[in-house]
Design a protein around this ligand. Structure first.
Ligand SMILES: NC(=O)c1ccc[n+]([C@@H]2O[C@H](COP(=O)([O-])OP(=O)(O)OC[C@H]3O[C@@H](n4cnc5c(N)ncnc54)[C@H](OP(=O)(O)O)[C@@H]3O)[C@@H](O)[C@H]2O)c1
Length: 264
């Protein structure tokens, strides 16, 4: 348990997309530091599983909140649920990531990407950042992606949605840094979560969700952006100096291979 962490980011943390993958890892990493956690996602059974595990391992208070972030009024549900609980940390992690050619992703899926990956973190920021700033301490972490740094063929809408939160989070870091609130965009590369496992593709340099979440929490006070994994940082470093045309071709080649080998 970390007293400093609890003092800055406790007593309660809200984690979206906590029913699996990186969000589940955040739930454990935050609870291990002694902060109570609220787990938000759609699948109630999975949330119960994570809650039982978190309580057994870390002994903090843990609550579950079944919410669909694609529903416009989700923020009202969250605010009502929280009531007068003191929130010190928000981890906006939930994401939706269908891959394929632009024409293969139907309108419903395109809108869902924008709702879950962009509108949800935006409304969470609008709802909770003023309160954290008033308190004079707290954290707001948004999970982006290395895809947010460059438009990525075969993942056009998803990479654009991650560019939105990359820009939003970095700007908010600048606005809130002197008001005691640590805003961070955590931009992972390939991470071993159910979505990647279901696609049954081999990705070199893949990270564990636990390593990604730990990296995010360690860099929370060191925004505006953190990229877990040396190889991810090196790839982005190289891409920065390449002509955009070549970057698009290289990213497209990598994603195309994933789409072709993918089972879903
Ligand atoms: N895995 C990677 O390689 C990778 C790389 C870069 C960035 N990321 C980002 O990391 C974040 C977590 O992804 P992950 O890899 O851990 O995937 P994951 O295991 O599939 O987790 C996604 C989480 O988001 C929740 N979610 C999805 N749609 C939702 C909705 N409409 N309402 C509420 N919750 C919703 C899911 O819960 P329910 O289904 O129960 O609702 C689940 O808990 C995402 O933002 C993703 O873009 C992942």
């Amino acid at each position: 348990m970390s007293k400093d962490f609890c003092n800055l980011y406790g007593p309660w943390a809200l984690i979206t997309g906590a029913s699996s993958g990186i969000g589940e890892a955040f739930a454990h990493a935050i609870a291990a530091r002694g902060v109570n956690v609220i787990l938000l996602a759609r699948r109630e059974e999975e949330l119960y599983r994570v809650r039982a595990d978190v309580v057994a391992k870390h002994g903090v208070e843990c609550e579950t909140l079944v919410v669909d972030l694609a529903v416009p009024s989700f923020i009202d549900q969250v605010e009502v649920f929280l009531g007068d609980r003191e929130l010190g940390l928000v981890v906006s992690n939930a994401g939706y990531n269908p891959i394929g050619s632009f024409e293969d992703i139907d309108r419903e899926a395109v809108l869902r990407i924008l709702d879950v990956n962009d509108r949800a973190p935006l409304l969470l920021a609008q709802s909770f950042l003023p309160g954290l700033a008033k308190r004079g301490r707290g954290g707001f972490l948004i999970v982006g992606s290395i895809e947010g740094f460059n438009g990525t063929p075969w993942s056009a809408v998803y990479s654009a949605s991650k560019a939105f939160v990359q820009s939003l989070g970095e700007a908010l870091w600048g606005e809130y840094r002197k008001r005691g609130v640590d805003v961070l965009v955590l931009s992972p590369g390939a991470t071993d979560t159910p979505i990647l496992r279901a696609r049954e593709v081999e990705v070199p340099g893949i990270m564990t969700p636990a390593a990604v979440a730990e990296y995010g929490l360690k860099h929370l006070g060191n925004g505006p952006c953190a990229i877990p994994g040396l190889s991810n940082r090196m790839i982005l470093g190289v891409l920065k100096f390449m002509p955009r045309k070549l970057v698009s071709k290289a990213m497209g080649k990598a994603l195309r291979a994933v789409v072709e080998r993918s089972k879903i």
